[in-house]
Design a protein around this ligand. Structure first.
Ligand code: PMP
Length: 354
């Protein structure tokens, strides 16, 4: 820390992204990326857009918003594209939370929520998940706070259904409820179709996971025209050109190639079921995931030890130090080849313990 850092940031503990080591070629199952390349249409569109990089990107993201609006059957003014969904989430903390309206989210969830809260000086309440790591929706009724729920949740992979989210929305008529659907395409029910029914709903999604575009940094929010207008106020006060033109073009290309995305999501869901079955056969307990990762633990080995041993053997998974979830590792669903190598390596590690 330099002596110049503003006192307001001196205690800020930044978010730690999953490691991206370059010391050797790992099988990377630690940051929930897709094992498949982006759609060829997306790649081609990005390549064409590269020829016009001397110009600023369209601050209004007109073409992309139009395409997203068609895709979700809403008006373009109900959509806001951002630099990854992290950006729209941060905008939501800036726009809809303050001392009078703190934030609320589960104790076990996306680790960026408390960081966004601290960054923006927003008080927050964490609500413990139940013993089985599910959310009790009643805990979220009439809190008088802005609610953030990742659905499916991370790192558990467990999802609420649309009816349950509707109950949360009905019981918070005067507060924004943000449903973070980063992983929704792998099997959970999306709430985007509810944005015209509930003016307190903001749904966020990303192109990073199901659309294989983590490196492009493209996310978006869908909500009422008024909520999107508030988010635009924040966007135009921070970075009007928040989405670059190559990414915007790639996003449109991806949306023109729905069959590709759907086929990849289906493969991921099949691989997830296969991995779950294999892990159970090796004595693991897994949480019921509807996302592109599995949260698993085995009483014979701690989460940390398993993570370290896998890393030594060239496979990266994610381990969290937080006490309640430290027995677990989070494994991103990769290709069948990657998962076969993982299962073989885990079996070896467990054998070596004997
Ligand atoms: N929400 C959740 C629950 C996530 O796990 C992630 C990925 N780290 C994000 C949002 C943000 O993803 P991105 O900024 O790549 O869209």
């Amino acid at each position: 820390m330099s002596r110049f850092l503003s006192t307001k940031y001196k205690k800020l503990v930044a978010y730690t992204p999953g490691e991206q080591p370059k010391d050797m070629q790992y099988i990377k199952l630690n940051t929930n990326e897709s094992p498949f390349p982006p759609s060829e249409k997306a790649q081609k569109c990005a390549e064409d857009a590269a020829k016009r990089l001397m110009l600023y990107s369209d601050p209004e993201c007109r073409e992309l918003h139009k395409k997203l609006a068609e895709h979700f059957n809403v008006e373009p003014c109900q959509v806001l594209a951002t630099n990854g969904s992290d950006e729209v989430l941060n905008f939501a903390f800036m726009a809809f939370c303050d001392d009078k309206t703190p934030a609320a989210f589960p104790d076990i969830t996306y680790g960026f929520y408390p960081v966004f809260a601290d960054l923006n000086n927003v008080p927050y309440q964490t609500i413990p998940l139940k013993e089985d790591f599910t959310i009790d929706i009643k805990d979220y009724f009439n809190l008088g706070k802005t609610i953030f729920i990742a659905n499916p949740n991370a790192p558990t992979g467990i999802a609420l259904n649309r009816e349950q989210i509707k109950e949360i929305l009905r019981n918070n008529p005067d507060n924004i409820v943000v449903i973070d659907e980063a992983y929704v395409d792998f099997g959970a029910e999306s709430c985007v179709s509810l944005v015209n029914e509930f003016d307190n709903l903001l749904v966020t999604q990303t192109f990073s996971k199901s659309r294989s575009m983590a490196g492009a940094r493209l996310g978006f929010g869908v909500a009422s025209r008024e909520v999107i207008s508030d988010l635009n106020t924040i966007k135009y006060s921070t970075n009007p050109y928040n989405v670059n033109s190559m990414t915007m073009a790639a996003g449109i290309g991806s949306l023109c190639d729905e069959d590709y995305t759907k086929a990849n999501c289906k493969k991921i869901a099949e691989n997830r079921e296969w991995l779950t079955f294999k892990l159970k056969a090796l004595g693991f307990e897994t949480l019921p995931s509807l996302s592109n990762f599995v949260f698993a633990k085995n009483d014979k080995i701690s989460g940390k030890e398993l993570y370290l041993k896998l890393k030594q053997k060239g496979i990266l998974v994610r381990h969290f130090e937080k006490e309640r979830i430290s027995p677990f590792v989070r494994i991103t669903i990769g290709s069948k080849d990657q998962l076969e190598a993982l299962v073989k390596t885990i079996a070896e590690i467990l054998e070596e313990l004997k």
